[in-house]
Structures are given as C-alpha cells and as structure tokens.
Design a protein around this ligand. Structure first.
Ligand SMILES: NC(=O)c1ccc[n+]([C@@H]2O[C@H](COP(=O)([O-])OP(=O)(O)OC[C@H]3O[C@@H](n4cnc5c(N)ncnc54)[C@H](OP(=O)(O)O)[C@@H]3O)[C@@H](O)[C@H]2O)c1
Length: 414
C-alpha cells in the first residue's frame, strides 16, 4: 500500500455542496488560519463546488480561490477508489449513508485511508462493521462513524466522565446517565431523508427492525449482549435528577455507540457498565404531564412515520435535501446535557458532569465537531488501531482537547 504521507491531501470534505458539508468547509477554512493542512472540497458538480468556494470565502473573509476541487460520484466504485487514494482522510457528509456511503467506506478500508462521517443509521453501521472491520484493522484505516451531535456529546461525554471517575475513585462509574436539559435548533433535508430511508428499510426488513432495537447491535461480533435493555418508550421518574424524563429520539444510536466504545477500549468502563439517555421534563405533576405528552408525541410521530403514505406526506412538508436551519437559528442555538455517573458501591463518590455546545446541535455545532474529527484523524498522534471505530475509541483524549479548543464544546464536572 502507498504510504499515507505521500498523499496529495491531508483531508477532503466529501459532499461540500450539501447543507452540512458547506458548514464543515467554512469551519475548516477558518481553522486553516491556525493550523497547517492540505485540503480540498469534493463533490459531483464542479459549478456547485465553485459556488461553495465563493460562499465560504465571503463568510470567512479568507482566501479560498486556490482550494482544490475533487470531482467524483458516490455511486461509482472507481471514483471512490480514486478519492480514497488521493487523501489521508475523507470527511463525508454525503447521506443518507445507507444509500450513498458504502462504496466510499469500502474504498477507504482498502486504501488505508481514515474516514469520518455524520451517519446515525444503525443498520448501515452494523452492515459496514460486519463487512469491513477486519479488513480495516489490517489496512490501518480508522473508519469513524457518528462524528456529529449524534454521537459525540454522548460518546466523548461518557469518556470524559469515566476518565475523571478513574482519576478520582480509581475505578469507572458502573452506570452513566445522559440527560438532555435544554437545546434549540432545527433539522435539515439530509437528516430527514436519512430518517425516512431508515424507516423504509425497517418496513421491508425485519432484521433492520431487530438491529435498531437491540442495545448491543453494533458491538463486536462475540459481545452483542450485556446488562442494558432496549430504551424505555414511556415517561419515568429519575430519582438521581429529581425529575420526570421522556425518551430521547437519538438514544437508539447514541447508546449503542457508547457501548461499542467501551468494548473497543477493552472495557475501560467495566464489563457490567450500564448506559442510558433521556430528556429531563421537570418535577411534580407538571413534569409528569410533560413527560407523558412528549412520550406520547414521540410514539405517535414514530407510528405515523412507519405508515408509508403518511411518511411520504410528512416527508414532502419537511425541509428537502440541501435545505436546513438559517444562520440566525444556528447561531442562537445551543445544547446543554447533564451527566450522572454512579459509583459501584459508594454514593458519596458518584459524579455529575455537563456537556454544552455554543451553536444549534445539528448543524452549527455538528459541522465543527466533524471538522475537528477530520483534523484530529489527519494531524494528531493517535494510538488507536485501524477498524470500524467510534469517536471515543479512535480519538479519545485528542478529540476532547480539540472540541473544547475549537468546536465550542465544554466538558465539565459539576
Ligand atoms: N449526526 C448528526 O448530528 C447529523 C447532523 C447533520 C446532518 N447529518 C447527516 O448528514 C447527511 C447530510 O445532511 P445534509 O442536510 O447536509 O444533506 P444535503 O444537504 O442533502 O447534502 C447531501 C450531499 O450529498 C451529495 N450527494 C448526493 N448524492 C451524491 C452522489 N451520488 N455522489 C456525490 N455526492 C452526492 C449532494 O451533492 P449535490 O449538492 O450535488 O446534490 C450534497 O453535497 C445526512 O445523512 C444527515 O442525516 C447528521
């Protein structure tokens, strides 16, 4: 295999013409004032890529005129092989990944090229792990899924809390809870298309339905069971927060990624480690009413999306590919997550933490998280092996530092 250091680029933003891809490119152009890296914008349409180059130059006030453009098509194996052979890292926002991502992952695995993306499509991640993990270990390619709001706050938040627990208590917490306290933002057409595609696959394939609801579905092959059950669907009272909680829509992917991280990190969090996520709804009768309302609303929404004609009707009324929340919504957005870590035997040694972000979770913050993941894979000394990985297992400490320095995230103990 050709040496990675001989590649033309350190990283390529693949899908730079999309809603999120352009924001990632904008973040990287700003960051190129602080760090030195060779990079390019990639996509299937030259005129659109040139327009993105103009837009990010205007938005950042930094020269983008000489930024190289890489053309190709995700449906074409040869063009994905050519892309993977030119760069050390591919950072991709071309989704739905289950539709457009498989040839690129295969090409990166083969070429030993590191890869990061924004997928939250559990069934596709499982497919990629089963198909490519062993070859990625051999080629040294770090294939890192879920480098956006799903699942970095969950994955790195847990990694952070457990690091602190081990430093203070000499042992990890036996159970970590992730509770969404507050957030503001919107959804893009690409995210909606990915959700609709997942529902479509689930409708036709019982195996996809099984994978989506199995708590350890993306763990290594011989470790697909453990102490956690499937996510709760109804409201419940959480005594550790003194509040009622409702299901969190992203828990299905986030919890599985945290469990895979534990397995890949050689059970750093313990073999009996438990993890769950929910949204805080307040205390007393009002908290209960809100938790019940959100639970019922989530169940009704998922139920409606499972019915094909309703799904198509709803899909037409939501943002379409290329559309998403405007700059004001992104800049005034934020998120605030509370963490609780239970010590195995001594409640006095329980830990509480917090993860916050300074932009809307899905785009303003996500684009910075993905951009920093790509820089981390390209520029940092990482000890992790190749394989189908997670943000915490592949980049851990190095990514934690970057997210706090350059992505507007904070990881704190309370
Ligand atoms: N995890 C998270 O927190 C998070 C947050 C945001 C987004 N996402 C995910 O990120 C993905 C992108 O979302 P988005 O809203 O940015 O989508 P989008 O605006 O629809 O962008 C999709 C991009 O894919 C490109 N594309 C489509 N088919 C292609 C092909 N055959 N070859 C090459 N390029 C192709 C499009 O190119 P053209 O411009 O030429 O059409 C465009 O650049 C979705 O899967 C979404 O779920 C995840």
């Amino acid at each position: 295999m050709e040496q990675q250091s001989e590649r033309e680029f350190d990283l390529v933003v693949w899908g730079a013409t999309g809603f999120t891809g352009r924001l990632v490119a904008e973040h990287l152009l700003r960051r190129s004032a602080e760090e030195s890296f060779r990079w390019a914008l990639g996509g299937r349409n030259r005129a659109k890529l040139e327009a993105v180059r103009d837009t990010i130059e205007r938005e950042t006030g930094r020269d983008a005129g000489t930024l190289p453009l890489v053309l190709g098509n995700s449906d074409d194996e040869a063009s994905m092989a050519a892309l993977a052979g030119r760069t050390r890292v591919v950072c991709t926002t071309v989704g739905p990944y289950a539709q457009y991502g498989s040839k690129l992952v295969a090409a990166c695995v083969k070429a030993g090229t590191h890869y990061c993306d924004l997928t939250g499509e559990v069934q596709w991640i499982r497919r990629m792990i089963d198909r490519h993990h062993d070859d990625a270990v051999s080629s040294g390619a770090r294939i890192v899924f879920t480098c956006g709001f799903d699942c970095i706050p969950s994955d790195l938040g847990t990694f952070f809390l457990q690091r602190e627990a081990i430093a203070r208590n000499g042992a990890p917490c036996s159970h970590v809870k992730y509770r969404v306290n507050d957030f503001a933002g919107g959804a893009s057409g690409g995210t909606i298309a990915s959700m609709l595609n997942m529902m479509e696959e689930a409708e036709h394939d019982p195996e996809v339905r099984r994978i989506v609801s199995a708590p350890y579905a993306i763990n290594p092959k011989d470790q697909r069971s453990g102490p956690d059950a499937a996510e709760r669907l109804g409201p419940s009272h959480d005594p550790d927060f003194g509040q009622w909680v409702a299901p969190f829509v992203m828990a299905s992917i986030n919890t599985k990624v945290v469990r895979r991280s534990n397995a890949l990190l050689d059970h750093l969090y313990g073999r009996d480690f438990r993890y769950d996520e929910a949204v805080l709804m307040g205390s007393g009768p009002l908290g209960l009413a809100k938790a019940a309302g959100v639970s019922a609303g989530t169940a009704a929404g998922m139920g409606a999306m499972a019915i094909r004609p309703l799904r198509r009707l709803i899909g037409k009324r939501l943002p379409q590919p290329g559309e998403g929340p405007d700059a004001k919504t992104r800049e005034s957005g934020h998120f605030d997550i509370l963490l609780f870590g239970r010590h195995a035997s001594d409640p006095a040694r329980n830990l509480r933490g917090r993860v916050t972000g300074d932009r809307d979770p899905g785009y303003g913050s996500t684009s910075k998280m993905l951009g920093e993941s790509a820089l981390c894979l390209a520029l940092d000394e990482l000890a992790s092996p190749g394989g189908c990985s997670t943000p915490a297992a592949a980049m851990g400490e190095a990514l934690l530092t970057r997210l706090q320095k350059s992505a507007g995230l904070r990881f704190e103990l309370e």
